[in-house]
Structures are given as structure tokens and as C-alpha cells.
Design a protein around this ligand. Structure first.
Ligand SMILES: *[C@@H]1O[C@H](CO)[C@@H](O)[C@H](O)[C@H]1NC(C)=O
Ligand SMILES: *[C@@H]1O[C@H](CO)[C@@H](O)[C@H](O)[C@H]1NC(C)=O
Length: 232
């Protein structure tokens, strides 16, 4: 686990916390009886080039994300059956699949809106002020987030999140399968997907280059909106 540095400390997802949050997020997911759907992108698959190429975007959205959605739908159906039968063993056995597919669906739904062909540049207003207050500068925030994200072992995500109790921004990296909010209490504002499916076809094993390039397509307006909603 990396150590605490200055005003910044990465929040990691500890298993003990996961256990507590798990039942809540699963109940929430299982209680929603509608089928989940793959959200449309508001831009074309090729629109983020040269930073993220069309082939990656197409596979990532139409295959990887779609698979999470389909598997979430199937798992929820089974879960509802198990609930109706009062079959606790079956309910428990379905929890990893709910967590994995539910988490994947939530994360990717945020991720697509965090990106834009008109992205890049610098955040404005309240978001920029909060970044400066909590990290010193925009540049420092990017450096910290990139470092933490690049360091994720195996598959995972780097996040910029809002901590409601303190009103501060935090950076977190999670290598396990729990959604951010359930495990860290952070409300996700910006996520960087560093599963290989997010970059391998273009960047091969050079994850740092992908993380460096992604700043050019970050939709800071979306991150700003998420901050405003999180603060309510
Ligand atoms: C939900 O998942 C089912 C598979 O159980 C799939 O057939 C369906 O297309 C999915 N619904 C949507 C709207 O994607
Ligand atoms: C979703 O994000 C959380 C928080 O970073 C992470 O732990 C989890 O692995 C992600 N799930 C998937 C399926 O990508």
C-alpha cells in the first residue's frame, strides 16, 4: 500500500469494508426490477482519436460494457428467483457476479461521460478551486492521479472522488471489484479505466502513455457537474 503524502492520500478498498458495503449495493441493484441497458455514447467511436482509437472504443463499449450489462441482467433475474424462494445459499453464491457486473456497468457508464472529443484543457470554477485547495494545483492533481492509476496492479481503476463528510476531493485506486462509493464512501467524479481492454490495442503494455494521453479527452464540464450533484 502506498503511504500518505501531504494533503493527498489514496484510499484503497479494503476487504473488510467491502463486506459491509456489499449487501447494500447488491440490495440496491437487485431491487431495481427493470433491465439494465447499454447507454449510447454521445460521440462516435473514432471521435477520441488520436488519444483513444476507434477500435478500442468500439470493443470497449459494444463488447465489454455490453457484456457487463447482459450478465447483470441475467444475474439479477437469478437473484430475484433466489429471493422469491428464500434460497439464501443461492443468493450468496450470486453476489460476486452481481458485484462484478454491477460494478462494471456503473463504472463504464460514468467513464463514457467523463470523456469527450471536445475535452482536455483545464477545469473551471468551483472544481478548479477545489482541486487547488486539495492538491495544490491542477498539475499536481494530475500527477498524483496518474501515479496512483498507473500503479494499479493488474486490472482496476483510478478515481477522483468527492468525500461528503469532509467536503474534499480525494484520489483512490481500486484493484478489486467493488464500486467506488460502496467501498470508500467517495462519490465518483472522474474514473480512469486501466483494464487492458481500455488501452492495449493502441498502447500495448505502456499504460503510462495511455494515462498521459487521456487528459486530452477528459470532459471537465462533466466532472464539474458531478461535483455539483455530489455536494447537494
Ligand atoms: C438485459 O440482459 C438480457 C439478457 O438477460 C438481454 O437479452 C437484454 O438485451 C438486456 N437488456 C438490454 C436492454 O440490454
Ligand atoms: C469498478 O470500480 C471499482 C472502484 O475503482 C473497482 O474496484 C472495480 O474493479 C471496478 N469494476 C470493474 C468491473 O471494472
Amino acid at each position: 500500500m502506498p503511504s500518505t503524502t501531504g494533503s493527498f492520500f489514496p484510499l484503497f478498498c479494503f476487504l473488510s469494508r467491502c463486506a459491509v458495503s456489499l449487501s447494500q449495493s447488491i440490495c440496491k441493484i437487485a431491487a431495481s426490477r427493470q433491465k439494465h441497458t447499454l447507454p449510447d455514447l454521445t460521440y462516435d467511436y473514432g471521435a477520441l482519436e488520436p488519444h483513444i482509437n476507434a477500435e478500442i472504443m468500439q470493443l470497449h463499449h459494444s463488447k465489454h460494457h455490453a457484456t457487463y450489462v447482459n450478465n447483470l441482467n441475467v444475474t439479477e433475474e437469478k437473484y430475484e428467483e433466489a429471493l422469491a424462494k428464500g434460497d439464501v445459499t443461492a443468493q450468496v453464491a450470486l453476489q460476486p457476479a452481481l458485484k462484478f457486473n454491477g460494478g462494471g456497468h456503473i463504472n463504464h457508464t460514468i467513464f463514457w461521460t467523463n470523456l469527450s472529443p471536445n475535452g482536455g484543457g483545464e477545469p473551471q470554477g468551483e472544481l478548479m478551486e477545489a482541486i487547488k485547495r486539495d492538491f495544490g494545483s491542477f498539475q499536481k492533481m494530475k500527477e498524483k492521479m496518474a501515479a496512483v492509476t498507473v500503479a494499479v496492479q493488474g486490472s482496476g481503476w483510478g478515481w477522483l472522488g468527492y468525500e461528503k463528510e469532509t467536503g474534499r476531493l480525494r484520489i483512490a485506486a481500486c484493484a478489486n471489484q467493488d464500486p467506488l462509493q460502496g467501498t470508500t464512501g467517495l462519490i465518483p467524479l472522474l474514473g480512469i479505466d486501466v483494464w487492458e481492454h481500455a488501452y492495449y490495442l493502441q498502447y500495448k503494455n505502456v499504460r503510462p502513455d495511455y494515462v498521459k494521453a487521456i487528459w486530452n479527452v477528459i470532459n471537465w464540464e462533466n466532472v464539474h457537474e458531478r461535483l455539483q450533484i455530489a455536494k447537494k
